[in-house]
Design a binder for this molecule. Structure first.
Ligand code: K7E
Ligand code: CUA
Length: 658
């Protein structure tokens, strides 16, 4: 019997005896009123929306807290068979990049837009880690409305971090790359890492009204790996802090060669200063190629624009822009406490959690208390900028969040626990084992200046025996912990979609009232929309056939189509005429290699179909929309190439064509 089964046996017995008083069995006890605390009665709503990244599925998922109910899977960087995202002609451009169409990426970090240091519920920014991009999701529609590629970047991991009024969203590289003086990633021998490679940190300007993104400038930083970042708050709000590892600048076997230095760096960057330098004309414009994809609000059609230039700043030429704080050892997360004074760093290989002081950092900068420089960037003295160290915190610290009551919570990957510690004394106050090997943790508002506290979500990497087995692949597991009292209490396990890294949560009231219920048909500006089924039509243009179709409970118009020939490409432009909440119609064509679509009320979506066989092909609505949903179906006749079957189409006695 292993420790875990002994543990569950002990807890189980205590429960049976009804003797599980909170705290009596140490911090690992879960609350006897746990079920009550997470119970949201049928028909009731959760208190918080939680947005969990999907990790390697490239999507977001939306949960209610405290129930842990899955509300939605929200496609961003990957095609989604649920609603045709990345398959419909309207949404395909969202996945265009300078490398071509990329159907699947890896998404790690969601961050809500902010007003005055608090999440405001307008937009959610997320990163594509593999092919560097930042996306914006509109929380009125829960749709990805914009994706911006990041040039001069590779592995967009420390991304995306909004400043306190969403002036910028900041995105840094994980991999450094050889950036040519005139721009572009060069072809160089890989053993020239030290001489030629640089990292980049991109400052994406966000339109305050509409949220549209644009790269304002980039800072080309020394060739380390940049891992995570966080913006300052209050006194430190002009600053953003990045962890870096591989300050050894190893080009191979980083597992060993990037773990040699006892300390790596936190890079502190003054973004206000950077902005000033750009205004003064210090930035150099270089060549770049990156895609900017946007979904038009009125037509719901996405389009891509290719951008060709980017402005860059070299920090060595910009005094006061960037400083390096030595920090132990291969740091991962960096998190700034609600007051903006404490900068907590989680070194994966460090035995303690260092807490740097912003005010001490400013004094040290003023006194030029430097121990040297790296590539012209001053290195501060560790002792001069340390506020305290959390000793014996746990093994494998990764990330920290705050409850707004003077406590910090750090996730420990190796010792598989959440450790609560005091921001004044740096003493450990409580430990909660989690199952198993936690990565990120999230407290609603826990990264803002005024956390909501109350709950903590641990997002665990390994699930093992937590649920009924489902073969070799298990869902990842999140755990909800009550942090309202002195001791943490375990409330709930719930499964997640793929691998959540970071997450955000916000009171439901900040989003719920703004949620769009359907698209207004009279505002639909899709070029192929028809707003009345009498306008249905099928038009041949060379070997392209455009079908203008409507869907309403419970028929498609037209539902009989003739005159399609082998060698044709058919576009079904389906407009959903419904003007009611939650009445989508689906559309599928037998044998179509380009999937299906799901059309929201008032919206038009286009499905491309290249017939591969002669004969009669059925099509139908895939969403059970009414009692007569099964009747919502039709036929397309596919004739031989060059046949003389003319275009003809009808529904009921409305008949068109020759
Ligand atoms: Cu720690 Cu990609 Cu934020 Cu995962 S990262 S755990
Ligand atoms: Cu429309 Cu089923």
């Amino acid at each position: 019997m292993n420790i875990r089964s002994i543990y569950s046996l002990v807890v189980g017995c205590l429960l049976l005896l009804g003797a599980c008083k909170q705290g009596e069995t140490g911090s690992s006890a879960f609350s006897s009123d746990a079920a009550q605390k997470v119970y949201v009665a049928p028909g009731e709503h959760d208190e918080f929306y939680a947005f969990l990244s999907g990790g390697y599925n490239g999507q977001m998922s939306v949960y209610g807290l405290p129930s842990g109910r899955l509300l939605k899977m929200l496609p961003v960087f990957s095609q989604n068979p649920e609603n045709g995202y990345g398959y419909s002609e309207e949404s395909k451009p969202m996945l265009n990049t300078s490398f071509g169409f990329v159907p699947w990426d890896d998404l790690h970090h969601p961050k809500l837009s902010r007003t005055d240091g608090m999440a405001d519920g307008r937009w959610l920014f997320v990163n594509a880690n593999n092919t560097p991009r930042v996306a914006r999701i509109d929380l009125k529609t829960f749709k990805t409305v914009e994706i911006l590629e990041i040039p001069n970047s590779s592995g967009n991991h420390c991304s995306p971090y909004p400043t306190n009024n969403t002036e910028y969203v900041i995105a840094g590289t994980r991999f450094s790359v050889p950036i040519a003086g005139e721009g572009g990633i060069m072809d160089v021998p890989l053993d020239e890492y030290k001489e030629k490679f640089r990292g980049s940190i991109s400052f994406i300007k966000v339109d305050p009204e509409h949220g549209d993104m644009d790269i304002s400038f980039q800072i080309l930083v020394p060739g380390f790996d940049y891992d995570l970042a966080n913006g300052g708050k209050g006194p430190s709000e002009d600053w953003v802090f990045f962890t870096s590892y591989n300050t050894e600048q190893a080009g191979t076997l980083k597992e060993i060669n990037a773990s040699l230095n006892d300390k790596d760096f936190v890079a502190a960057i003054n973004w206000k200063k950077a902005e000033e330098y750009v205004k003064q004309g210090k930035a150099k414009e270089i060549e770049a190629e990156y895609y900017h994809n946007k979904l038009d609000e009125k037509s719901h059609v996405a389009s891509s624009e290719v951008k060709k230039k980017v402005k860059v700043l070299y920090p060595e030429d910009c005094p006061g822009l960037m400083y390096l704080i030595p920090t132990p050892k291969s740091p991962h997360g960096v998190d700034v406490d609600p007051s903006g004074e404490y900068i907590t760093v989680s070194g994966k290989l460090a035995s303690l959690v260092p807490v740097h002081s912003f005010s001490k950092m400013m004094t040290a900068i003023e006194n030029e208390d430097f121990i040297g420089d790296a590539y012209g960037i001053p290195i501060l003295r560790y002792e001069s900028v340390i506020a305290g160290e959390v000793k014996e915190a746990g093994l494998g610290p990764l990330h920290t969040e705050f409850d707004g009551r003077g406590n910090a919570y750090t996730s420990m990957f190796v010792s598989s626990e959440i450790v609560k510690w005091d921001l004044k004394t740096f003493e450990v106050l409580d430990r909660m084992p989690v199952y198993y090997s936690v990565g990120h943790l999230m407290i609603p508002g826990g990264d803002t200046k005024d956390p909501y506290g109350k709950y903590l979500v641990a997002m665990n990497k390994i699930t093992k025996d937590r649920y009924l087995p489902t073969g070799p692949e298990l869902t990842h597991s999140a755990q909800l912990i009550d942090i309202s009292g002195d001791k943490m209490k375990m409330l709930l396990d719930f499964p997640t979609l793929s691998e959540p890294h970071y997450a955000q949560a916000i009171p439901a009231d900040l989003i719920k009232p703004n949620s769009v219920k359907f698209y207004r048909l009279d505002e639909n500006e899709h070029p192929h929309a028809i707003k009345n089924e009498n306008d249905m039509k099928v038009e041949r243009n060379g070997n392209v056939v455009n079908v203008y179709m409507t869907a309403i409970r419970s028929h498609l118009a037209p539902d009989n189509i003739e005159g399609i020939h082998m060698g044709d490409t058919v576009y079904f432009h389906v407009t959903n005429l419904e003007q009611d909440w939650d009445v989508p119609h689906g559309f599928a064509v037998m044998g179509n290699q380009n999937a299906e679509i799901l059309v929201m009320p008032g919206e038009t979506q286009t499905l491309k179909w290249v017939p591969t066989k002669e004969g009669v092909v059925s099509f139908y609505c895939t969403d059970f929309c009414s009692a007569l949903h099964q009747e919502m179906q039709g036929y397309a006749r596919v004739s031989a190439k060059g046949s003389n079957v003319p275009i003809k189409y009808w529904v009921g006695n409305k008949r068109k064509g020759s």
